[in-house]
Design a binder for this molecule. Sequence first.
Ligand code: MG
Length: 298
Amino acid sequence: MSRSSLEDKIKGGIYGVAIGDALGGTTEFMSVREIKARYGYLTEIIGGGAWRLEPGEVTDDTMMTLCVAEGILAKPDDPLNAIGEQFMNWYQTRPKDIGNIIRHTFENVEDSWFEAAYVTHIEMGQSAGNGSLMRCLPVALAYKEWKDIERVSHMQSKMTHYDDRCNEACILYNRIAFRLFQGEELKEVIQQELIGTEYENMLTSEPNCEASGFVVYTLRWVLHILLQASNFSEVVQRAANLGDDSDTIGAIAGGLAGIYYGYEEIPAKYAEAILIRERLDEIAVRLLGVRDGGHKCI
Ligand SMILES: [Mg+2]
């Protein structure tokens, strides 16, 4: 793959997350019926919603994605603690929209992220949220080798989410991303990767679950949208019009769509709306540098 198309895919992935997040942030927690009554079918990044967003403002999904990216950029060979530092720096900005499982783990972390995540799992009675899936894409942007992507996807998930369904979802998701970087076709890759997994029935049926923050339900909707849609805009718009956890579903689906279609195919009205686009541009260039350097994990 040429360097320019590699850069187009990396930038597309990062912007895809941010655009899905910013567009879906308007409708988060709303029902489909409420969205229809208020917006008809939402297609523009207008802000507002439960978080009273500025148009183009992103939420925790994008900010935590940038934490994972920055952690890998700081120490690509062994990013665990660097990612953890980024998480805590972000937490100190007192984000309004942090997920419950993640907040609980951040409050408990002392020596070990993995122990803190386990304590959260026990104390909250579950940890199968979508919070590690929503931020894991930079792993597949930064590393070339599948074994590094697999290992870091798993590790970054276990830092906050003890439940195996979370790391399994991250690995499946980044496996699809990895194959998109090999130049493969999005729907074909999804069709192949879902066989034999608990998501296999998304190949033939609609999700009959809510679009909630439960990682399995989130990923069902993400896969369904990616299988149905035929361009980038359709992906992020469908996610936004689901309501419920629409910003996270939009971010996750938008990330893969952004890699596949590439930054050049993302409508300028979406890319230019993102308030932190300079930061996204800069991170994309640095991720390309790590990838060029062929960093591996020890
Ligand atoms: Mg969010």
